[in-house]
Write a protein that binds this ligand. Structure first.
Ligand code: DOR
Ligand code: ZN
Length: 344
């Protein structure tokens, strides 16, 4: 049994850190494990310009504890007002790495997203021209579509046409949740990759209803049935370079989740590498964790792989019931339970 893992320092290719006191609380959790993270732009108002992305970057850097090295990789929020000129500016900015597409209303702070994707094709064309990757929240929002089918319908209605129409555009389907997505990404050209969260690898949809409604397991896209979870584990542990780590860790105060209309998001940043190690261990594939966590994302983004390492040791550690979210209460994934790997 492997009791110690030394890995090239990993990166998180999909992360929410919010702003202010909450940001200052969560950034250190990520910086302890990861060298870099793709920072989601769904603030209120959204990070829609290069100028705003740079000031947001400064705020994140100020929250990195002394002695730690952490590089936030900034993204722009694609709105119906985004111009090809702003895309050019973003591509020329050394700190902006991608543009995020939220279908309007799809998730937390997605109200400024795109209602009709075809309308923003000229902007996406500029992304293809300047080689700036498009990251997608891959769900349709139409109320007549069953919430568990929104990802599959997005693939059919929007992703297939995007792949066809923009053969030179690098795209990431973020936080995939279904076998359908795994198969689509696998069979698509190399320009399309996907991130996979720890929570979608660990949980199936029963976790949302275990003895009652479990708001801390509510995220978007929703966690799906067990066969889909297994397909995600198979993809993540396959060693296929199109699948890489993106936690989608999303901090929300306890009260905002335990509410009449609770918000979507699961906080996994604190124990992210322990969670992924648990999944790869259970699949008998610990030897493939480094590719998934530390290599394939960097390769896809055309960035150098990290050169330093982290050490994970097999050791059970209690997860607190609650953590500080900048003066508010946070409930991390597995609150009150244990993780079985420790970052030394
Ligand atoms: O569960 C989620 N939370 N999914 C998302 O797409 C957004 C995220 C958030 O921003 O809280
Ligand atoms: Zn997200």
């Amino acid at each position: 049994m492997t009791d110690e893992l030394i890995l090239t320092r990993p990166d998180d290719w999909h992360l929410h850190v919010r702003e202010g006191a909450l940001l200052r609380c969560v950034v250190p959790d990520t910086a302890r494990q990861f060298a870099r993270a793709i920072i989601m732009p769904n603030l209120k108002p959204p990070v829609a310009t290069v100028e705003r992305a740079l000031s947001y970057r400064d705020e994140i850097l100020q929250a990195v504890p002394e002695g730690m090295h952490f590089t936030p990789l900034m993204t722009l929020y694609l709105t119906e007002q985004t111009t090809p000129e702003e895309i050019k500016k973003a591509a020329e900015c050394e700190h902006v790495y991608a543009v995020k597409l939220y279908p309007a209303g799809a998730t937390t702070n997605a109200a400024s997203g795109v209602r009709n994707i075809k309308e923003v094709y000229p902007v996406i064309e500029a992304m293809e021209k300047y080689d700036l990757p498009l990251l997608m929240h891959g769900e349709v929002v139409d109320t007549e579509i069953d919430v568990f089918d929104r990802e599959a319908v997005f693939i059919e209605r929007h992703l297939e046409p995007l792949v066809q129409h923009f053969p030179g555009l690098r795209m990431v389907m973020e936080h995939i949740t279904t076998q359908t997505a795994v198969e689509f990404v696998r069979s698509a050209p190399d320009t399309l990759a996907a991130t996979i969260t720890a929570h979608h690898l660990l949980l199936n949809r029963n976790a949302m209803f275990e003895g009652g409604i479990r708001p801390h397991h509510y995220c978007l896209p929703l966690i799906k049935r067990e066969t889909h979870r297994q397909a995600l584990v198979a993809a993540a542990t396959s060693g296929h370079p199109k699948f890489f780590l993106g936690t989608d860790s999303a901090p929300h105060p306890k009260g905002a989740k335990e509410a009449e209309c609770g918000c979507a998001g699961i906080y996994t940043a604190k124990d992210a590498m322990a969670f992924y190690a648990e999944v790869f261990d259970a699949a008998g594939c610990l030897d493939r964790l480094e590719g998934f966590a530390s290599f394939y994302g960097a390769d896809f983004y055309g960035l150098p792989r990290n050169t330093d390492t982290i050490r994970l040791i097999r050791e059970s550690v209690s997860v607190p019931e609650t953590i500080d979210f900048g003066g508010e209460i946070g409930v991390p994934l597995r609150a009150g339970g244990e993780v079985h790997w420790k970052v030394a």
